[in-house]
Design a binder for this molecule. Structure first.
Ligand code: CTP
Length: 418
């Protein structure tokens, strides 16, 4: 089989030029070059993908250096792994030496040694990701598919290459779910049996690697589908027995997506909803396990605190200024998550008012006005501005004059007290 036409029609011209150049440079030094992995899978499916992964039966680093020189690009070498990346303008391309891998124990990094393209494809997660296409001029587009990945693409199946696959690398459990839901494929029967058998192996993998896969799921179009499926397969429970992957989560994720446009915020709100039902002990455990970055960790830690204070917002009488004061210390992401998570309509409306009204309200006087009125710059000035904002939210002032009067009153009183 040959997919030259597919490669030529699906890749933008600069990408095509770059891989053809890489291919020809490799063959000049007697090495066989291939395009592999996700990009080949997606080409065969007609899905856009510009992640160029190249494998050479030979010296990847040497090839990367030659390619870098000839396009005047930037080359980054990871000599420990025998891999390199070349960046030319805005296009980047990864080159690795074909290799075989052996896993010393579940979840550990594999021991690698140079091998053939068949070895290299055999070390991969699923048959649909183990297809390669030659990129040297003489055989451009020739497909190497020893594990019948193309048959599985047609049958819409996620199939492992051997029965130790999930044991070697338990992050594949999450990858299986992600591909299955993204592509609307199905785990092949034996692969599903192996996954269920090996799901406990996930405990052996570092938190960083699991977090990385969870974050990739969160970047999918509908991450809730993967969490529901992971629940069904026992993977979510393995991560933490209290994590929900059910319709509660699906409904909330859908609403959040409509409301939050910034992608980094969206991921943090998703995570906050994912952990919403965890008690404090489980939340701590989950966070220690997955070691989130600083901002995400802050949002998640706040969830426990928010759940403690939210009942206050259920009172009949609670002024907007008080709501503002209560919620102001929290991140927007944790308050947004709370807004979608709480059952009480009263609380939800107050959270919404905080996010869309109170937070944005401004008094008419600003810091400069206050300084002109004789209030020295410093923390007091900040406090006064907040008090003014609360007074405005509660309707105690409406005009600029009202605000001036209020400030004068405070000023005189504090002078009096001194
Ligand atoms: N791979 C693997 N096992 C892993 C990670 C990666 O076998 N645990 C292989 C797969 O062949 C995969 C390739 O390395 O296709 C590239 O990895 P990655 O970029 O993670 O996968 P993509 O298929 O490109 O994923 P996506 O489409 O989600 O970007």
């Amino acid at each position: 089989m040959n997919i030259a036409r597919l490669i030529e029609t699906q890749l933008p011209s600069q990408y095509l030029k770059l891989i053809k150049l890489a291919g020809n440079l490799a063959s000049q030094i007697g090495q066989n070059p291939y395009l592999v992995g996700g990009v080949v899978r997606d080409m065969l499916l007609g899905r856009p993908n510009l992640d160029l992964d190249i494998v050479v039966e030979g010296d990847a680093v040497g090839l990367a250096e030659r390619l870098g020189q000839s396009v005047n690009g930037k080359v980054v070498v990871h000599s420990r792994f025998g891999t390199a990346s070349v960046k030319s303008d805005s296009i980047s391309l990864d080159i690795v030496t074909a290799r075989s891998e052996k896993y010393p124990r579940p979840g550990a990094l594999p021991a690698v040694k140079p091998g053939s393209i068949e070895d290299d494809l055999f070390r991969r997660d699923f048959t649909i990701n183990a297809i390669a296409a030659r990129i040297d001029a003489r055989r451009f587009g020739d497909v190497v598919d020893p594990y019948r990945g193309k048959r599985d693409l047609e049958g819409k199946l996620i199939r492992t290459l051997h029965d130790k696959s999930f044991i070697d690398d338990p992050t594949r459990i999450w990858r299986a779910v992600r591909y299955e839901q993204r592509l609307e494929f199905r785990l092949e029967e034996e692969a599903e049996r192996l996954l269920r058998r090996d799901v406990v192996m996930m405990d052996r993998v570092s938190g960083d690697r699991i977090r990385h896969e969870i974050e990739r799921i969160l970047r999918e179009e509908r991450p809730e589908k993967s969490f529901s499926r992971a629940e069904e397969l026992g993977a979510l429970r393995q991560l933490d027995p209290a994590l929900p992957g059910n319709s509660w989560l699906a409904g909330r994720f859908g609403m959040v997506r409509e409301a939050v446009v910034d992608l980094r915020s969206l991921n943090r709100v998703y995570l906050a909803l994912l952990v919403w039902k965890l008690d404090e002990e489980s939340l701590d455990r989950f966070m220690q396990r997955l070691r989130f970055g600083r901002e995400t960790a802050r949002t998640l830690r706040e969830i426990a605190e928010l759940k403690r204070v939210l009942p206050v917002l259920d009172q009949r009488h609670f002024a907007p200024g008080q709501t503002y004061e209560l919620l102001e210390p929290f991140t927007i992401q944790s308050v947004t998550a709370a807004m979608f998570a709480v059952e009480s309509v009263t609380v939800r409306n107050r959270l919404r008012a905080f996010l869309f009204e109170y937070r944005r309200a401004r008094p008419q006087l600003d810091g400069d006005d206050l300084r002109r009125m004789g209030i020295p710059a410093g923390p007091d000035l900040g406090l006064l501005l907040r008090e003014l904002k609360k007074a405005r939210l509660d309707g105690r002032v409406s005009t600029r004059e009202d605000e001036v009067e209020l400030v004068r009153g405070w000023f005189n009183r504090s002078r009096h007290e001194r």
